[in-house]
Design a protein around this ligand. Structure first.
Ligand code: ADP
Ligand code: ZN
Length: 658
């Protein structure tokens, strides 16, 4: 069967919404003849009382048998045990930390069906595919399904034949779905991406608010709320709004140590991006984020013209094109998606090697979530951003001109300030990021500022020259200008505009010739970022802020970060970096490549992404340990019972042929 990429259910301006149930919907008749059973580990025939009997004695048995993992990671064991024994939990864990296991294993161990509230259809499809590949009876209910398919899932649920059921929050707002759920038995309720309940967060979904009522509706069913991005404030909101007053809280470090962060000054964004991508391993998949659809299209075209396998993704493309592009990204090696933020939530692809931002994200939460899509598999990954004066001016202007009320504008301003502080810090990027999420840490050694500590220089005098030019123009001529013309005045440039306006006669004309245009842009950008200068109106004309006086009087010190230009290209060099195989000892590489080729054939035959067959980490372990029997295969992480049955013989043959 050819692979039909999961439809990315994205109406033009909201990538997340599922449709409410149709009007002609009726609860299914209880019926024991459910869908064909996918797993060998199923209830005995005839046990269709509406309760899925537990088949795994302990969480560890489920973990080993289903996923093929030897041990729980981090807090997983404590979380699973707490939920299995009926407790509620709030789980903050970074992307790639292993949140799924925290609710899937309790659902496999407790009697009944685990309900998973998931905000994005693509995410449900991915997770259900991965579960089914492991022999778990999982299904989803959403608007992409034909009525008879939906009815089949509903019947299976009522008959107690599902281990896990994924549902969008919109659907749980309807009485019909709730009544359906009451007819079966729930083992646990998991609310994924729980930060969507936060009104001030960047992903607010009104339908999440109603999820607070699930506790009353299904008393005695343990509930978990999970997220990878929560400030202390969002954490509090999750607990209150989802009504989890007696939940245990599991807060893991948000750190993603395998991601290297780097933020460069923007000079020639396209060229810089190209250099960055060329410095990545051969065949690396990546995402490039841009703010506008236009910029997405142009960047994708530019990269494609340079020989990069780049494709665009934004809400303006028709659904078929989006689905095709998403599917290529998931299934093929080395595809770079250039996208707006409409892309990515719910993309479970574990081997995304880099995430690049060519425009400044609107908040640290957004930045952290987007960059967090790199390196879920724990292998080295890169988060790179180019950021410049234009970004600051543009975003301040967008906030001023947004039609939100003052409180919203103020909040947007705070989000931007935090983002700018991250960009301009001379300290460790990771420390800054983690502090934003309320976690203290040491300098990381794996970000640009740790690896190449930036120089600082005293910018007081240039700042005074600039501010006094702004003041004079305002006082003497009632004029205001953007950065470009001010720099021309300071550097003593003789442009048409300078001559026409008679700006050669200003006392500050030419007093800043000691700095290059690039230096001046850096000075202005940093002053704007710190609020020592403001950009106003449609053209981003510069004006003094309340804090500017301190600089003019020489009371406010102005230490500035010296921009390092073109670091990306220099450190990247011409040649591509190590590929996944190169990270293995040389004697294992051939086998790894042979296994990879076998996996690609399998994936193509079944029409699924390669990582649904086996992850890279599993292939590496196979290449290193060369198991020679089916028993020995069980010792490899990522090979559970189902996959051993399905692929064991073939994998052993590939190894033996070596
Ligand atoms: P999250 O939802 O928190 O982003 P996932 O649940 O997708 O993370 O897990 C991230 C990766 O870690 C997956 O590739 C998963 O298979 C792997 N993983 C999770 N738990 C374990 C474990 N106990 N042992 C080995 N691998 C694990
Ligand atoms: Zn660091």
């Amino acid at each position: 069967m050819p692979y039909e990429p999961p439809p990315y259910d994205e109406p033009p301006f909201d990538p997340y919404l599922d449709a409410p149930p149709p009007d002609d919907w009726a609860p299914p008749a209880a019926d024991a003849s459910g869908p064909a059973r996918r797993s060998a580990r199923v209830a005995a025939p005839g046990v269709a009382s509406g309760v899925r009997p537990s088949v795994y004695a302990t969480p560890l048995e489920a973990l080993k048998t289903v996923y093929g993992y030897d041990a729980f990671r981090g807090d997983q064991r404590q979380i699973v045990e707490h939920v299995v024994s009926g407790g509620d939990a709030v789980v903050l864990m970074p992307t790639g930390g292993g949140k799924s296991v925290c609710y899937q294993v309790p659902a496999l161990v407790r009697e009944g069906t685990g309900l998973v509230v998931s905000p994005l259809i693509a995410l449900m499809h991915d997770q259900v595919d991965a579960l089914v590949a492991n022999g778990v009876r999982a299904a989803y209910l959403n608007s992409t399904q034909a009525p008879d398919e939906r009815a089949r899932v509903e019947r299976a649920y009522v008959a107690g034949e599902l281990d896990l059921l994924y549902v969008a929050p919109e659907r749980l707002n309807g009485e019909q779905t709730l009544r359906l759920l009451e007819r079966g038995t729930l083992s646990v309720i998991a609310i994924d991406e729980a930060h969507c309940v936060s009104q001030w967060g960047h992903d607010f979904r009104p339908d999440y608010l109603a999820l607070g009522g699930l506790g009353e509706r299904f008393p005695g069913v343990p509930r978990l709320a999970l997220t990878a991005t929560a400030t202390p404030e969002t954490h509090r909101e999750i607990t209150e709004r989802l009504r989890l007053p007696s939940a245990r809280h599991f807060v893991a470090s948000f750190d993603r140590p395998n991601i290297r962060y780097r933020i460069d000054a923007k000079t020639e964004p396209r060229r810089q991006l190209l250099d960055f991508i060329r410095s990545q391993p051969e065949g690396a998949a990546g995402i490039v984020y841009a703010l506008s659809r236009n910029s997405v299209e142009q960047t994708a075209t530019y990269l494609a013209g340079q020989g990069i396998d780049a494709i665009p993704y934004h809400a303006g493309l028709d659904a078929a094109t989006r689905a095709r592009h998403q599917s290529r990204f998931l299934r093929e090696d080395g595809v770079v998606v250039v996208a707006t933020i409409a892309f990515g939530m719910g993309i479970d692809k574990p081997d995304v090697r880099f995430v690049a931002h060519i425009d400044l994200p609107k908040s640290v939460e957004g930045y952290y979530q987007e960059t967090g899509r790199a390196g879920r598999d724990g292998l080295p990954a890169q988060a790179w951003m180019a950021y410049g004066l234009g970004d600051v001016v543009q975003q301040r202007r967008m906030i001023q001109q947004s039609d939100g009320d003052r409180a919203i504008q103020q909040r947007q301003g705070q989000h931007l300030d935090a983002m700018l502080a991250l960009c301009e810090t001379v300290g460790c990027r990771r420390q800054n990021l983690l502090a934003y999420f309320g976690q203290a840490s040491q300098p990381c050694g794996n970000c640009d500022t740790c690896l190449t500590p930036p120089e600082t220089w005293d910018g007081l005098v240039p700042a005074q020259k600039l501010l006094s030019t702004v003041v004079r123009l305002k006082r003497e001529r009632n004029q205001a200008f953007g950065a470009g013309h001010l720099i021309d005045i300071l550097r003593g440039a003789s442009t048409d505009r300078v001559r026409k306006l008679g700006h050669e006669s200003l006392t500050t004309y030419g007093i800043g010739a000691d700095l290059s245009e690039q230096d001046w842009r850096s000075v202005i950008r940093q002053l704007l970022a710190r609020g020592l200068l403001v950009a106003q109106g449609e053209y981003g004309t510069l004006a003094l802020s309340e804090a500017s006086g301190g600089v003019l009087r020489g009371e406010t010190p102005v230490p500035l970060r010296r921009d390092v230009i073109g670091r990306a290209s220099r450190s990247g060099g011409g040649a591509r970096k190590a590929s996944a195989a190169d990270q293995l000892a040389p004697q294992h590489r051939d086998l790894f490549e042979a296994l990879r080729a076998w996996r690609a054939d399998q994936a193509r035959e079944q029409g699924v992404p390669a990582y649904i067959v086996f992850g890279d980490a599993t292939l590496r372990a196979l290449a290193e340990h060369r198991p020679a029997s089916l028993e020995a295969l069980s010792g490899i992480s990522g090979i559970g019972e189902r996959k051993r049955e399905a692929y064991g013989a073939a994998v052993l043959a590939v190894i033996a042929a070596h």
